[in-house]
Design a protein around this ligand. Structure first.
Ligand SMILES: *Cc1c(COP(=O)(O)O)cnc(C)c1O
Length: 366
C-alpha cells in the first residue's frame, strides 16, 4: 500500500522547529528560546480575555472589525486595509499564498526568519536566498537576486534570529529598486522594541505604495503569544487578495478582545520596552567581556541577542551546558547558525543567571 502522495514541494519543507520549553530533566528552567515577554501580559488584556469565557458557543467576528479599528486608530491607518491573522505567521502565509505559486521565485536573506521558507514552499514557489552582510540584510544582494520570476521579497526588521536592523534609508532604497509587481513584505514583529526615532518607515511606505505589506504581531512586546494574533497593512488590492485565502474565523473572540485591551495599555508596552533596553545592554556588555574566549554578539534592536562562538567553547556545547543549568536558549544549526545561540532577554533574575552560567561554562573550558 502506498497511500496518497504529498506534493513534491510539501515534501521539500523542513518542518518548523519551535524553541524548547523544558530542559527534559524536569527541573525548573528559564525559557529564553522564543522571544516572549518576560514581564508577562498586560493585566488589562488578561481581564479582557477572561471576560470572554461566557460565550464560547459563538463564532468570532471573522472580520475582526473592532480590533482592526483599534489598530487603525493607534497607528493612524485605514482599517479597511488591515488584515488579521492567526499570528503574523498566518499573514506571511497569506502573502505567499496570494502572490506566489509554482514557477515563481520569492527572496529572503540568509539567516532570515524560518517561517518564510515554509510559506514559500507550501505554495510550490521557489525560495531564493540573498547573501547577508555580516549577518545583516544586504539590500544590494536582494536587488541583485530579483529576476522576472520574482513575486515576493520577505524582510524582517529587526531580523530574527540575527537581531540586526535595516535603517529607513535602506528600506526606502530596497523598495525603490524593486519592480512594481514584486510585493515587499516588511515583517515588523519586533518594531515596538525600537526607540521612537528608529521607525524604518514601513507603515508610511505601505500607506502610499501599491506593493508593500507590513506585518505586526501581538506575540512579542504585547505578551499574547498564546492567543496567536497578528496583522498586516497594505494597499486595498493586496489585502483583498489575501482575504480570499484567509480562514474565515482565524482570530478568536478572546484574542480579539485581549489584543484591543493590550493596545490600550501603553504603560505596559513602555515598561516592557524599557526593561528590554536595560537588560539587553547589560547582557551585551557581559558577553563582550567573554571576547577573549571567542564570543561576540551582534548589535541587537530586538528582545534577544545572537551570540556567536569562535573559540574553544562551541555554541553546541554551550547550548547543552546551559540546558543542564536550567537555561533554555535557541541553537540554530538548521539555519546555518551552528556557531550561534539566540537568547531572549528575560527577567532580571533570568538574565543575570544566564550570564553567570555562560561565564562559568566559558571559564571551565579556559
Ligand atoms: C515571532 C516572529 C513572528 C510572529 O510570530 P506570530 O506569533 O505568528 O505573530 C513573525 N516574524 C518574526 C521575524 C518573528 O520573530
Amino acid at each position: 500500500m502506498t497511500g496518497p502522495s504529498p506534493k513534491d514541494w510539501v515534501k521539500a519543507i523542513h518542518p518548523y522547529v519551535p524553541g524548547k520549553s523544558a530542559t527534559g530533566s524536569g527541573m525548573r528552567a528559564a525559557k529564553l528560546s522564543s522571544n516572549e515577554n518576560p514581564l508577562g501580559t498586560s493585566e488589562k488584556a488578561r481581564a479582557a480575555f477572561a471576560a470572554q469565557a461566557a460565550g464560547l458557543e459563538r463564532y468570532p467576528d471573522g472580520g475582526a472589525t473592532a480590533l482592526r479599528e483599534s489598530i487603525a486608530q493607534r497607528h493612524g491607518l485605514d482599517p479597511d486595509r488591515i488584515i488579521c491573522g492567526t499570528g503574523s505567521d498566518e499573514v506571511l502565509h497569506q502573502a505567499a499564498g496570494a502572490f506566489a505559486g509554482p514557477g515563481d521565485e520569492v527572496i529572503y536573506v540568509r539567516y532570515g526568519f524560518a517561517v518564510y521558507e515554509i510559506a514559500i514552499r507550501r505554495v510550490g514557489a521557489t525560495p531564493v536566498i540573498a547573501p547577508d552582510r555580516d549577518y545583516a540584510t544586504d539590500v544590494d544582494a536582494i536587488l541583485a537576486a530579483v529576476t522576472e520570476r520574482t513575486r515576493v521579497v520577505f524582510v524582517a526588521n529587526p531580523n530574527n534570529p540575527t537581531s540586526t536592523y535595516t535603517p529607513r534609508e535602506e528600506i526606502a532604497r530596497l523598495h525603490a529598486g524593486l519592480p512594481d509587481h514584486v510585493l515587499l513584505v516588511l515583517d515588523q514583529a519586533y518594531a515596538e522594541y525600537l526607540e521612537d526615532d528608529e521607525d524604518d518607515g514601513g507603515l508610511a511606505l505601505a500607506m502610499s505604495a501599491s506593493n508593500v505589506l507590513v506585518t505586526r504581531t501581538f506575540s512579542k512586546i504585547f505578551g499574547l503569544a498564546a492567543e496567536r494574533i497578528g496583522w498586516g497593512y497594505a494597499a486595498a488590492p493586496i489585502i483583498d487578495a489575501m482575504h480570499r485565502i484567509r480562514l474565515p474565523f482565524n482570530v478568536t473572540i478572546a484574542g480579539q478582545h485581549a489584543a484591543i485591551a493590550a493596545l490600550g495599555d501603553e504603560d505596559f508596552v513602555a515598561t516592557s520596552r524599557a526593561h528590554n533596553a536595560k537588560w539587553r545592554s547589560w547582557l551585551t556588555a557581559e558577553i563582550d567581556k567573554l571576547g577573549n574566549a571567542g564570543l561576540r554578539t551582534l548589535e541587537s534592536k530586538a528582545n534577544f541577542l545572537l551570540v556567536l562562538f569562535n573559540g574553544a567553547v562551541t555554541a553546541e556545547s554551550a547550548y547543552h551546558s546551559l540546558m543542564e543549568r536550567g537555561y533554555i536558549v535557541r541553537w540554530l544549526p538548521g539555519q546555518g547558525l551552528g556557531h550561534g545561540l539566540r537568547v531572549s532577554i528575560g527577567s532580571e533574575e533570568e538574565t543575570r543567571g544566564f550570564a553567570a552560567a555562560l561565564r562559568e561554562i566559558v571559564g571551565e573550558a579556559a
